[in-house]
Write a protein that binds this ligand. Structure first.
Ligand code: DGY
Length: 327
């Protein structure tokens, strides 16, 4: 019987699926991630780990888990997992593509609308008794309808955002590394260089994976290039934005606002300067948080575990161990 360590309670049928496949499953019971020591203990005797974005999986953890054969991350992003170190150790690393892009695109749009139309700010004001009369000048914001949207990264999520933007009559620009003329044509998207996207967009939404190439992609120069009225939306990873530069840009009025589902660190400490700005909306990394999507993500991670423990290649690998560990 193989042992699977699951680092938090997860929705859907993932745990049943693992048990039905004959595995012994230990689920970390807390509402918070296991601390480093508990994570080491959890994986020490495990054959597989089902991890979350909150679990750092580096070479040291892999060393502490000599029997581990797969780290199945319940996320499409896997910057918390050192996939190369895992491959070198003979451990598969997997993710959950293809199931969360629509849900994350919904949130990107929700954030865009919330920031533009002062949804959060006016709700807070209403609850505090601020609704005294209909005001011709209160809570004014830019119109998303008919505006220009700049999508940075035209992967699954970026494309899903582009489809939504059409319903809002937006002009959609995209900055992407790889030209895909047919996809762009199909979406009605104009591929432009990144600096041009920053200059022309009323809203800039980030959909790139986090890594050395995208760390701090939005820095002082990029904020300076944006329109003073433009709003930044980030549902990718906090590290794609240089947060100090963002704070400076907001202080200087260099941009119109920001809506962030991801920050550095997570959670963002309550005394962080980003909380000072009324034109900033912050949500707690909930891009994929719909009932159905989170269940699908967990089940997909379970399928990856089940495949590897059955001696097969996982359906969603993000690395390729030259010599995969076997039972
Ligand atoms: C992901 O899948 O990478 C999200 O950030 C977690 O839902």
């Amino acid at each position: 019987m193989s042992h699977v360590f699951v680092t938090r309670r997860v929705p859907g049928r993932a745990i049943e699926m693992l048990e039905e496949a004959g595995h012994e499953v230990v689920v970390w019971p807390g509402d918070f991630p296991p601390d480093p020591e508990s994570l080491r203990e959890g994986v020490h005797k495990a054959d597989a780990a089902l991890t979350l974005v909150t679990d750092p999986v580096g070479a040291d953890l892999l060393d502490a888990a000599p029997g581990l054969r797969v780290v199945a991350n319940m996320a499409v992003g896997y910057d918390n997992v050192d996939a190369e170190a895992a491959a070198a150790a003979g451990v598969w690393a997997t993710n959950t593509p293809g199931v969360l892009h629509e849900t994350t695109a919904d949130l990107a749009f929700a954030l865009l609308l919330a920031a533009a139309r002062n949804v959060v700010l006016s709700d807070r004001d209403t609850r505090e008794g601020g609704w005294q009369t209909w005001s011709p000048t209160g809570f004014l914001g830019p119109d998303p309808y008919g505006a220009t949207l700049g999508i940075v990264g035209l992967g699954e999520i970026g494309r899903a955002v582009a489809r939504r933007a059409r319903g809002f009559g937006m002009t959609v620009l995209a900055a992407t590394r790889t030209p895909r003329p047919e996809v762009e044509r199909g979406l009605g998207v104009e591929r432009v260089p990144f600096p041009e996207l920053l200059e022309r967009s009323d809203f800039v939404t980030l959909h790139v994976p986090y890594g050395p190439e995208t760390e701090g992609l939005m820095g002082a120069a990029e904020f300076a290039a944006m329109k003073e009225s433009a709003i930044l939306v980030n549902t990718s990873r906090g590290g794609v934005v240089d947060q100090d530069a963002l704070v400076e840009a907001l202080r200087a009025g260099a941009i119109g606002g920001a809506a962030l589902d991801v920050t550095v660190p997570e959670p963002l400490p309550l005394d962080h300067p980003l909380f000072e700005f009324p034109n900033v909306v912050i949500t707690p990394h909930i891009g994929s948080a719909s009932h159905a999507t989170r269940a699908r993500m967990a089940e997909m991670a379970a399928q990856n575990v089940i495949a590897v423990l059955a001696g097969e290649e996982p359906p969603n690998p993000v690395n390729r161990p030259p010599n995969p560990r076997s039972a």
